[in-house]
Ligand binder design. Sequence first.
Ligand code: ATR
Length: 272
Amino acid sequence: MDQYAVFGNPIKQSKSPFIHTLFAHQTAQQMQYNAIEPALDNFKTTLDNFFSSNGKGCNITAPFKEQAFAYAQQLTPRATLAGAVNTLKLTDDGIIIGDNTDGAGLVLDLKNNHVPLKGARILLLGAGGAARGVCGPLLAEQPQQLVIANRTLSKAQLLSQIFTSFGNITASEFSELSGDFDLIINSTSASLQGQIVPISANLVRPETVFYDMMYSAQLTPFNNWAKQNGARLVIDGLGMLVGQAAESFAMWRAIKPGAKQVLNELRHNLSN
Ligand code: ATR
């Protein structure tokens, strides 16, 4: 049977096996999907073994996305721009293609939540790997502007340079932010240190949509802050996780699974 897997370290917490097993049921695909945890210095050998024993494709998560970028023999344009790979596929010709479906997953989830992107004023908080992965797909939706704000301004400036030919993208300090945004996305890992991104509550209007790329059973700290300051719609990143998985699955199997059922089940499991 065709083998698929997610590679990461640690990997125990991964929801990818659950998601892809449901996708396979949904679309009647004969395949198996497992979780693999290579030692930190053994990623390449573990991947070599996987692809030489019926492995057809895999997802890559932290901390291996840059190594997967280097491992791929060919890259999709969006993976090249993202500078990281979250999906590998072995083609029938024996070539390993690297793709990045994270940004497409975010855009898919925003659309599933009916968040307008064309002509929107978008603020993206953070300028690390997660932010870089979503800039291209967000700009492809033709927002009026995309402002990247980061604690370290130079990293936001670097992102705005990389993506400057794809749309109206600028960099900012958190403290310099002003004006009206339709959508504010948090890609920082601030909440992992129990911190809230230091942006002004003046940026919160009732109609501003807040999207936290993190997810949790309760409101994430960022979304909680936005709600307390009057935001009506806050969304967490569970749908993005399902969205990127759906994009990977479609790349491997040429059939697009539906996100809704899987997302409902995941949400249910999360809160139980
Ligand atoms: P990821 O792959 O999840 O994006 P990363 O590349 O390490 O991880 O990036 C983490 C992001 O969160 C960065 O934008 C980081 O800001 P710096 O570039 O200034 O380091 C941001 N971040 C982490 N902790 C933060 C905090 N406490 N407040 C604000 N931003 C924070």
